[in-house]
Design a protein. Structure first.
Lengths: 280, 235
């Protein structure tokens, strides 16, 4: 028994010793969405914040629905997501302190170059969704209650299409993240709704390209909320608030603006900064 | 679509470049999974031997349960540990969620039944052979279990390796309780899942090759230790 365990224990020791000493820096946990992580935005702006504040930001990147639920369980200090109605409900329920606009980008509809539903070049999301449904062209949905999925459902409703009836037929609900859904869409040459940031940074586009963009209804707003310390005593109010203040400051907003992939700006800051307010 | 040669050279390049980030991810993977397997052995080996040696009513049912738990879905174990460690859960005050400790707990739960079930099977076979001999020596149950584990140590190392294989390969549990946080709880499997979701399939596959190579190295290390020990024992 001992002899059996010794090599294992030795290996475990070696592995622990090989690890750099755990940072003692203060840290906060941010529940956020896959789009902010997969696009590379957080990897770009968080080191800038860390340099200024000394605070480590640990990001749990999941769908907006799951992020909000995790935060409501108290498993995070700050929530950074993109589903305004759900965020406002989170604050109204007393789970969050206050919601602030941080930045926006937009959703795009991507689809195969062959474009079986003949929607390419359109600027009306609802009309495109209607055409996809009429053509029974394959459509890959997140199906995971994320911010993108919530937005997609709004467009189907506007198009007057009952997708529940089509599920499993031309409508494929993947129940997974944006990247996994795009992989699926690329694999079956399906249409999909995605945020532009994830799309630009995504590397497995296959035959897919943007077919519809520019509809004001495809607007995608991100908000930030401090988890309510009155509900969850352990929330790191000082550090969490410091992060939110920085995101909303001119410096944080500039950091968001200067993040680019392939020369393209992916997120557009639109916080009500103190400077902007002064300027009126 | 992808050339296997380019993926292989990407994998080799990653290892050779000595990228500190990659190495810290590999080290965390090993630390979490090896610790979990060591803990699972401490619980699972005596438990398996006990079930092989001691007859009691309901033993058959317990063995069936143990065997069924070999197939515990990692994502269910992850969910269970998340609910226990969440700030809203019974153990929330410990603040363990999104730490390597949480990942070790989840993997220990995941592999203990596997190690116990495999240990029980090989101990039962061994016990059948030695039963009369042990009885003639007048060994107590505790002594019998100790002697069986010692005699069966080589086949038990296979059980431990099976446990290690399950732990190092799973993603469902660690991604829920660890959160895949960069520099804190990101391990090989969650890094592979992340790169896949970014659509960087070549990098994901290269990381997969590295993971397989690590598993191979650990297996070779344990087998050669076994062989050396055997040679010394019979020399």
């Amino acid at each position: 028994m001992k002899r059996l365990l010794t090599p294992l224990a030795a290996l475990a020791l070696v592995a622990s010793a090989a690890l750099p000493a755990q940072a003692e820096d203060p840290f906060i946990i941010v529940q956020s969405t896959t789009s902010t992580q997969n696009s590379g935005l957080l990897n770009y702006i968080l080191p800038i914040f860390k340099k200024k504040s000394g605070i480590d930001v640990r990001v749990v990147a999941v769908g907006t629905g799951q992020a909000i639920k995790n935060a409501a369980n108290g498993d995070g200090d700050v929530l950074l997501v993109h589903a305004k109605p759900a965020e406002e409900k989170f604050v109204a329920d007393g789970q969050g302190v206050k919601r602030f606009d941080v930045m926006y980008n937009d959703f795009v509809i991507v689809g195969p170059k062959s474009d079986p539903a003949k929607v390419a070049g359109g600027k009306n999301a609802a009309a495109a969704f209607k055409a996809i449904a009429d053509a029974k062209a394959p459509f890959a949905s997140r199906g995971d209650d994320s911010g993108t999925h919530k937005a997609e459902k709004r467009h189907w409703k506007a198009a007057g299409v009952d997708i529940d009836k089509a599920s499993g037929d031309w409508y494929r609900s993947t129940g997974s993240g944006m990247g996994a859904t795009l992989n699926t869409a690329a694999g079956m040459n399906a249409y999909a709704l995605t945020d532009r940031a994830t799309w630009i940074a995504f590397k497995n586009k296959g035959e897919l390209e943007i077919v519809v963009e520019g509809d004001p209804k495809l607007f995608n707003q991100y908000g930030v909320i401090l988890v309510n310390p009155e509900k969850h005593k352990h929330v790191k109010v000082k550090e969490g608030q410091q992060f939110i203040d920085w995101l909303l400051s001119a410096e944080g907003q500039n950091a968001i603006r200067s993040f680019k992939v392939d020369g393209q700006q992916l997120f557009f800051p639109n916080a009500e900064t103190a400077e902007k307010k002064k300027a009126g | 679509m992808f050339e296997s040669g380019s993926i292989l050279s990407l994998a080799v390049g990653l290892v050779v470049s000595g990228d500190p980030e990659l190495w810290s991810i590999i080290a965390l993977s090993l630390r979490v999974s090896l610790t979990a397997v060591a803990l699972a052995c401490l619980i699972g080996l005596p438990l398996g031997a006990f079930l092989a040696v001691v007859k009691f009513p309901g033993r058959g049912g317990l063995v069936a349960l143990l065997n069924a738990f070999m197939g515990l879905p990692p994502v269910v174990v992850g969910l269970f540990v998340y609910l226990a460690l969440s700030r809203s859960g019974p153990l929330g005050v410990l603040g363990l969620l999104y730490t390597p400790t949480a990942m070790i707990i989840a993997q220990t739960i995941l592999v203990t039944p596997l190690i116990a079930a495999l240990a029980r099977q090989s101990m039962a076979d061994l016990h059948g052979e030695y039963d009369e001999f042990f009885r003639s020596l007048g060994l107590s149950t505790r002594q019998t279990i100790g002697a069986l584990i010692w005699d069966g140590r080589y086949s038990l190392s296979t059980a431990a390796l099976a446990g290690f294989g399950r732990a190092i390969a799973e993603v469902g549990a660690v991604i829920i309780v660890g959160g895949n946080i960069e520099h804190v709880t990101r391990v090989m499997t969650t890094a592979i899942a992340l790169e896949t979701s970014k659509g960087d399939l070549a990098l994901a596959m290269a990381l997969g090759l590295i993971l397989i190579a690590i598993a191979l190295l650990v297996n070779v290390a344990v087998l050669s230790l076994n062989r050396t020990a055997k040679r010394l024992a019979y020399a």
